[in-house]
Ligand binder design. Structure first.
Ligand SMILES: Cc1cc2nc3c(=O)[nH]c(=O)nc-3n(C[C@H](O)[C@H](O)[C@H](O)COP(=O)(O)OP(=O)(O)OC[C@H]3O[C@@H](n4cnc5c(N)ncnc54)[C@H](O)[C@@H]3O)c2cc1C
Length: 400
């Protein structure tokens, strides 16, 4: 692993999303003064994605740029936008780009994020959308009007947020999910059912235990058939069935891949000059095993750790971050603090029919707190989660 004295620049970051920007910021913060290049395939200045399924798709906001151009200029961060990395040669330490040029690196950070998973065999029709980029959010927004009949496939975070945003626009929404409840694979069935309640109360036609079988149309989508044989007339289809790490450009490079880029617990791959961060990176966990985290806060947490390790200025305490993510649906903020597992024990502490708080535990120890519209009750548990507080004591003192 490199240290500050022998970090051979340039540091090249491939991907120009949140994780790339946070890594560049943290490298400068850690005292790295050499050449710093961000390569991004999108033409836009690096931007934030959470608003894309919320304010942007509702037409309430357009610009989600993370930092203005001057920010990068002042810090001598060279942005190469609108050009994809197509290959990596670790022997010569070069990245090849789609415009035929090559960039030499001293240290490479992979931050290429995710691409939406597609359903194989669907016809190519207008009106079928996925959502990862700002352009995709704008394209979907343009097709949503009062009374539009939308089918949302998949009740994960993106599908749930899109269904909520669509209802705010007066769109008629059918939300289909093969599992027994929305977000069941993340939050477990019990809490997923509470999220499902928010959707049905807002007028979403939520159908669980069922998937999409086929789509029909002539040029533009007009019908859908579900796996239980139900036929629906639709104007728009939004598919939110998860995402896959963008690692195709690394094939043949020898970088170890397994559902993302395999890294140690500070983001370094098996090659001491190749690192990875953000949604694409599968970091070794302090408790063992590797884990890829697809949430906003993780990019910043990892950037601090990676920059500290790369420059040799790291703070070992930074490893002990308590993970956090949120989702906005129907004016409620759903928050999860800690390591949430769908198969943990779930203890419902509060449920007023809309807002709720649940503690998650494993082996008698608090692992996470999840709440809707209950920010105070969730965030105050950070220290208890970090300390692995015994769940029994917490339940005794929890509000009835
Ligand atoms: C619609 C949406 C809503 C979300 N809402 C929330 C939320 O409410 N709460 C939450 O915690 N998290 C949310 N997230 C997750 C959060 O946005 C991500 O965790 C975060 O964007 C990860 O940052 P990243 O830099 O790893 O990946 P990205 O932001 O995806 O950035 C990767 C960049 O690399 C580029 N790239 C890919 N391949 C190449 C290549 N070969 N060459 C050059 N560039 C390349 C991509 O085009 C992209 O610009 C949401 C995500 C989406 C898509």
């Amino acid at each position: 692993m490199s240290s500050n004295e022998n970090t051979a620049g340039p540091v090249v970051i491939v991907g120009a999303g949140l994780a790339a920007v946070r890594a560049a910021e943290e490298l400068r913060q850690s005292g790295y003064d050499g050449e710093l290049v961000l390569v991004g395939d999108e033409p836009h200045l690096p931007y934030d994605r959470p608003p894309l399924s919320k304010e942007v798709v509702r037409g309430e906001r357009d610009d989600t740029t993370l930092r203005p151009q001057e920010f990068f200029d002042e810090r001598r961060i060279d942005l190469r936008l609108g050009v994809a990395a197509t290959g990596l040669d670790r022997d010569s330490r070069t990245v090849s780009l789609a415009d035929g040029t090559e960039i030499a690196y001293g240290e490479l950070i992979i931050a290429t994020g995710l691409a939406p998973r597609r359903i194989p065999g669907l016809p190519e029709l207008d009106g079928i959308h996925v959502l990862r980029s700002v352009d995709e959010s704008h394209a979907l927004r343009a097709e949503l009007h009062e009374g539009t009949r939308a089918l949302v496939v998949g009740a994960g975070f993106i599908g749930c947020e899109l269904a909520a945003s669509m209802r705010a626009l007066g769109v008629e929404v059918v939300l289909v999910e093969p599992q027994s409840a929305p977000l069941a694979s993340v939050l477990g069935e019990r809490i997923g059912t509470l999220v499902g309640r928010l959707h049905t109360e807002a007028g979403v036609d939520l159908r669980t235990g069922v998937g999409l079988a086929s789509l029909t149309g002539d040029g533009r989508v007009s019908g859908a058939v579900l796996s239980d044989g139900t036929e629906l007339a639709v104007d728009v289809v939004a598919i939110g069935i998860g995402s896959i790490p963008v690692t195709g450009w690394l094939e043949g490079s020898g970088v170890e891949l397994d559902n993302g880029v395999l890294c140690d617990e500070v983001g370094c791959t098996g090659d001491p000059h190749v690192w990875a961060i953000g949604d694409v990176a599968s970091w070794r966990h302090t408790e063992g095993g590797h884990k890829r985290v697809e949430h906003w806060s993780n990019a910043g947490d990892q950037a601090k750790i990676l920059a500290g390790a790369l420059t040799g200025t790291g703070d070992p305490d930074a490893l002990a971050q308590v993970p956090y993510f949120w989702s906005d649906q129907y004016g409620l903020k759903i928050q999860a603090l800690g390591t949430v597992s769908a198969d943990d024990d779930v203890h419902l502490i509060k449920d007023d029919g809309r807002k709720f708080v649940a503690y998650y535990s494993r082996g008698g120890v608090l692992t996470a707190v999840v709440g809707a519209g209950s920010a105070g009750a969730v965030m105050k548990m950070r220290a208890k989660i970090a300390a692995g507080a015994p769940i029994g004591e917490l339940l005794e003192s929890a509000p009835a």
